[in-house]
Design a protein around this ligand. Sequence first.
Ligand SMILES: [Zn+2]
Length: 494
Amino acid sequence: MKRTLILAAAALAVMTLCVLAAIGYEASEGPRRVHQHLTGRQPDEGCSCDGTELCTHLPLVLIDTGGEEIPGVPLNEHSDEAAEGFTTTAEGEDMLRVQVAVLDDDSHNHHPSDEPDLQSSALIRVRGNSSRYFDKKSYLLRLTERDGSYASREVMGMDSHYEWALYGPYLDKSLIRNYMWYNIAGEIMDYAPNVRFCEVMLNGEYQGLYVMTETITSGVDSRVEVREPVEGTTSTGCVLRLDRGSETDIKNINNFTYYTYRLGRMHNISINIAYPRSGSLTQELADAIEQELSDFEKALYSFDYDSETYGYRTWIDTGSFVDYFIINEFTCNYDAGNLSTYLYKDIGGKYRMCIWDFNSACDNYTSLTTQPQHFEMQNGVWYYMLTKNEDFVRQIISRYHALRESWLSEETLNEYIDKTVAFLGDAVSRNFEVWGYTFEEYVPLRPESRNPADHGEAVQQIRDFIAERGEWMDEHIEILQQYSHPSKNKKFNH
Ligand SMILES: [Zn+2]
C-alpha cells in the first residue's frame, strides 16, 4: 500500500514536471532570459540634465566613421532587380574600421557627451537582404582590438561576443517585432538570440531606435553547446543557414535536398555553413557537415522516415522543430523555412532550429498577403516530411494548446506589447522625428490600407493580428492532422 502511494506520488510529480516543461516554465526559475523592458532603466526615472543634447533612458551607441561611408549598400537601386554587388570602402574592403562607444549604465540616463561605458575599434558594414535597400540601414558590427584582432565584450548586459547585429526597425513601424518574438522564443526554446533596444548616433547624427542583437553564431558559441572543431578530426559543432547562399564557396554545401531540387533552387536558395566561421572552416570540415546533413535528409525522405531506429528521430530534437513550427506559424512568419532559417548541432548531438527575423511577421509583408486563416509551415523542406508523421503532428497540437495557456496566450502577449511600448517612452517619437515621413511617403504594404498611419496604429495591428490568428488556430489546429493521415501517406506494398 505504502509502495503504491509512493509510486502514485512519484508519477504525479513526473506528470507535473512534464506539464510545466510542456508549457515552457522552468520550475522556480522564473524567466529564462533578461527582458530589458522589465529590468532596464525606465523612461520615467528622469534626468537632471539641461536638455541641450539627446537624453535617453535607453542604451546609446555612438559610431564614428571619420566621415567615411559605411560599405555594404547595394549598387542597384531597387530590391527587385538582380543584385549587382555592394559598395566597398575606398580601399576596396567589405568592412570599414570605425570607433564605437556604448553608454549602457542603467543607473542614469545617457547623453552623447557622457563618458562611454565601452569604447572599441570595430569593423562595420550594412547587413541584411531586402533591408539593405531601406533608408534606415541595419549593420553588422565586429568589435576589434587596436591591432585588428577580434575583441569580445559584454554589451548592454548581454554575454560577451565580438560580433553583433545592429538592427534598425524600418519596415516594422511598431518597432517591437524582433525584440518581442526573440524574447518570447527565448523563453519557449533552448536558445534564441539576446536583444536590447538602444538608440544610435552616426557621426554625431541621430539615427533612431535600434535593436542590438546577438548573432546566432555568437550565441550558440557561448550559451548552448555547439563545440569548436576537434583538432585533427572532422568532428565539429555547426550552425547552418538556409538562405540565398554565401559569397564564400566553401560555405555553400551540396546537401541531399539541394541536389535533389527539394530546396527552392529556382530562387537561388541553398544551405551554407555559418559556423565554424571562415577562419576555422576547412574543406574537410565542410564535407563532413554536408555529409551529415545529407544523412539526416536521406533518412527523412526515406521509406523508414518515421521508424524509431532509422527515421528522423535519431537526427533531430523533435521539441525544437515543434516549437519553431508553432512560433513561426502563429506569427505567419513565412520567410522561416525558406530564408533566414537556422539550425545548429553539437558534436554527437541532434539538429535544433533557431528563430531569426520577425520583420515581416504578424501581417507585415510588403506583397505577400498572409491570410491568418491557413497553415504554411508544413511546406518547408524538412516539415514537408515531418508533418507526414502522426506523432509529430500530435506533438505540435498538444504543445500549441499548452503554449496558448502560457507564452502565447492573448493576455500574455498583449501585456508584453503594452509594457514594451511603455518602456520605449520618448524614444518612439525621437525615432519618428527622423523616420516619420515613412507614414506618408513610404507605404510598402499592399493593399495600401495595410500601412499604419502612426505608431499607435502599427502596434494595434499586431494586437488585432494576434487576436484573429489565435482564434483561428485554436479552432483549426487539428486540421494539421490531414498531412499525417494514412490516406495521404500510404506506403508502397501496404
Ligand atoms: Zn539627461
